[in-house]
Write a protein that binds this ligand. Structure first.
Ligand code: DOR
Length: 432
């Protein structure tokens, strides 16, 4: 038996409505006891971590990460991406299917599990793609991939433009219960676009994508979820209209859930002028009106989860400039401090609400046995120092890539310790 204790911490476990000072006793990688108020560990115990003044939460879960392996190992690998995850306080990530080759068969799902079991610092759960090769023409063997351990299906990075295929994917979701995770941008409306359509794109002389490009697909897919009874999950919502459509869908009883990423509720499209391609992603940064709507949606429960869309790209690729650089930014190491600094400290979410959106909620959406500190649960734990102030030093990132618009930002509230199955996998944040 191996025992460890985390004592005197402020335990916040939204899954069990726990918000109190106390201790955790971990035995053989599982939570054995919770409570005790500083008295659970005897002085002789081998591993005792004093968490006085720190928050002890279930291990954070990021349900939207690009790990790039296989095929794009110059950007990231499962080893480096999960090292960045652990440094950011994440113990579980779900990885996207837009690798090369695309994750579109049961064998490829197994391959991700195999590589992860050899090299990953955190738990890794793969998504399979909805269409073969992300080509939008033919559905994959979702039944087979689901049996092989896929936790959902997505063509993230591109939209499935064929509504009949989306209907059929959602019909299978209704039968088997997995989520269909949708990237919402009408490819005809955003043809050639490299940023949001608005004042900033006109000033810079760049092609912009209107909010309508996103809203039309969100509306379509909510209708198809209503038609079929399938579970639709809207990835990285960026528009006020998208938030409102999800809100109305939920009111009508449609099985629709949604996530947002920090960059979409912190930065506007004006950032493109300052940061160039490090502020280029799909969907793009929008306006303050959209930010206000996303924050309102987080607060009223319309938006279920917070995810990063961690999308590493090499420096040389991002250096190609706004028109030619690939889309996306990294996010695993800055997500928690951005959530604490920009959502919790201003009072938009309580700490428990924010933790729920990064633990039990994504666990339930993906049907995985994580995200709680219940007795008997796997001891994946994140200890958070809500008072620590650090500047983001991207040169210290564990990711292979450094494409972030948050470099140099001073943020308050960082991961302090990360435990996976009771073992410490990360001690201090990447940035000092
Ligand atoms: O900006 C993005 N980058 N959005 C996506 O949906 C895909 C991602 C990527 O794979 O780089």
């Amino acid at each position: 038996m191996s025992d460890a204790f985390i004592v005197n911490g402020h335990i916040i476990d939204p899954a069990n409505n726990i918000d109190e000072i106390g201790d955790l006793h971990i035995t053989d990688g599982k939570i054995a006891k919770i409570g005790g108020n500083g008295k659970l560990a005897d002085d002789q115990a081998a591993d005792v971590y004093d968490a006085r003044g720190l928050v002890v939460a279930p291990g954070l879960i990021d349900m939207h990460v690009h790990l790039r392996e296989p095929g794009f190992e110059h950007k990231e690998t499962i080893a480096t991406g999960t090292a960045a995850a652990a440094a950011g306080g994440f113990t579980t990530v779900a990885c996207m299917a837009n690798t090369s080759p695309v994750i579109d068969t049961p064998e490829k799902i197994e391959q991700i599990y195999n590589i992860a079991s050899e090299t990953a610092k955190t738990n890794v759960f793969p998504f399979g793609s909805i269409t073969k090769g992300l080509a939008g023409a033919e559905l994959t063997d979702m039944r087979g991939m689901y049996s092989a351990g896929a936790v959902g299906f997505t063509d993230d990075g591109v939209t499935v433009m064929n509504a009949a295929l989306m209907r059929d994917a959602l019909a299978l979701s209704a039968e088997l219960g997995f989520p269909i995770m949708v990237h919402c941008e009408d490819h005809n409306l955003n043809a050639g676009a490299v940023m949001n359509l608005g004042e900033a794109s006109r000033k810079l002389g760049l092609i912009g994508s209107p909010n309508a490009a996103e809203d039309i697909i969100v509306a379509r897919d909510i209708m198809l979820a209503e038609l079929t009874g399938g579970h639709l999950h809207v990835l990285h919502v960026s528009t006020a209209g998208g938030v409102e459509l999800v809100r109305q869908g939920k009111k009508r009883g449609v099985h629709v859930t949604a996530e947002v990423c920090p960059h979409h509720w912190i930065l506007t499209d004006a950032e493109v002028e300052k940061q160039g391609a490090n502020a280029k992603m799909h969907p793009p940064l929008r306006t303050q009106t959209d930010i206000d709507a996303i924050i309102e949606g987080l607060g009223d429960g319309t938006i279920d989860a917070i995810a990063t869309d961690h999308a590493p790209h090499a420096l040389s690729e991002k250096a190609r400039g706004m028109v030619d650089a690939p889309n996306g930014i990294i996010g695993l190491e800055t997500c928690l401090p951005l959530v604490l600094t920009y959502l919790v400290q201003p009072g938009h979410l309580t700490l428990a609400e924010a933790i729920a959106k990064m633990t039990v909620v994504p666990a339930n959406l993906l049907g995985i046995d994580r995200g709680t500190l219940s007795v008997g649960a796997v001891a994946d734990i994140t200890v958070i120092d809500t008072d620590r102030v650090n500047r983001v030093d991207i040169t210290r990132s564990r990711s292979k890539s450094q494409n972030t618009p948050f470099s140099g930002w001073e943020l308050k509230g960082w991961q302090a310790l990360t435990f996976r199955e009771g073992n410490r996998i990360q001690v201090s944040p990447s940035s000092e």
